[in-house]
Structure formats: C-alpha cells, structure tokens
Design a binder for this molecule. Structure first.
Ligand code: TYD
Length: 138
C-alpha cells in the first residue's frame, strides 16, 4: 500500500498540566500507531542548515519539536506540503514512502524523533530519482 502526504498528520498529544511545568507522554499501544524501537534527536543545527533529503521503505516516525521550531517539507512524488512544528505537544506522523527535507531550524531547537524500526541504511532511499521510480513502480 502506498501512502501520500495527506496521511502525514499532526497529532495533538495529551498534556499533563502543572503550574510548575507540563508533561507529555507517548506510550506504546496507547498514544502511538506503532511501537517505538528507536529514539533519536537532532540538535546543534547551524543556522540555515538543511537536513533530510531521503525517504524510507518501512520506517514510520513521530517527529516533535521538543524545543524551538523547524519546518518539514513532505513529498509523495506527486504533491508536496510544508509542516511547521513549534510545540512539544504536537507530533508529525510521517508514514512510509515519503521524501522529507527539513529547514528553518530555530536556534537551540531540538527535533525529537520516535521511530518504528531500528536504524538500517537499507531502509533509506537517498536518491530522488530512485524515489520517483519507487513511487511509480513500487
Ligand atoms: P540521516 O537520517 O540522513 O539524517 P537527517 O535526515 O537528519 O539529515 O542520518 C545522518 C547520519 O546519521 C547518517 O550517516 C546515519 C546516521 N544515523 C545513525 O547512525 N543512526 C540513526 O538512528 C540515524 C537517524 C542516523
């Protein structure tokens, strides 16, 4: 099954409010449509830097602006959309088969990623033409 960019949605996560600070929780089988097998976070991104430039065959992700803000550009081979993330209780669900680029990282921003599978270079499509062929021919 092929997904498209409309399947990449912003999910509002619950907040445990407290005058002394909030907590947001993501728990397998409760708040997530996949089980977390890996967590990583991107930080110390220099001003003006762009990242990403790849798609994945199987990987699903929840991406959260744990601090600051940044923009994801999502592309399903037909359509593109930009998603601005700037709050720790909003996660962007990225489904398989979507080309993504990231830009406009604010100073000190932290991009937290909850990933459905372990890291494997075999799951990456890093060439845009390969991605277009994959979307066309499967
Ligand atoms: P990449 O996913 O291309 O980064 P981004 O999409 O943020 O630009 O990964 C950059 C490098 O980091 C790449 O050489 C592989 C390595 N890496 C790991 O070793 N493990 C991981 O879980 C991730 C996400 C990346």
């Amino acid at each position: 099954m092929q997904f498209n960019i409309e399947d990449c949605r912003i999910v509002e996560l619950p907040i445990v409010h407290n005058d002394n600070g909030n907590i947001t929780v993501m728990e397998n089988s409760v708040d997530l449509p996949f089980d977390i097998n890996r967590i990583y976070y991107l930080y110390d991104v220099p001003m003006g830097a762009e990242r990403g430039g790849h798609a994945h065959y199987k990987l699903q992700q929840y991406v959260v602006a744990a601090s600051g803000s940044f923009t994801f550009i999502l592309d399903d081979g037909q359509n593109k959309k930009e998603v601005f993330l700037n709050h720790p209780n909003k996660a962007l669900h990225i489904v398989p088969g979507i080309w993504r680029e990231m830009k406009d990282f604010s100073s000190g921003s932290i991009c937290l990623v909850l990933a459905s599978i372990a890291y494997s270079e075999d799951d990456y499509i890093r060439d845009y033409q390969d991605f277009k062929n994959y979307r066309k021919n499967g």
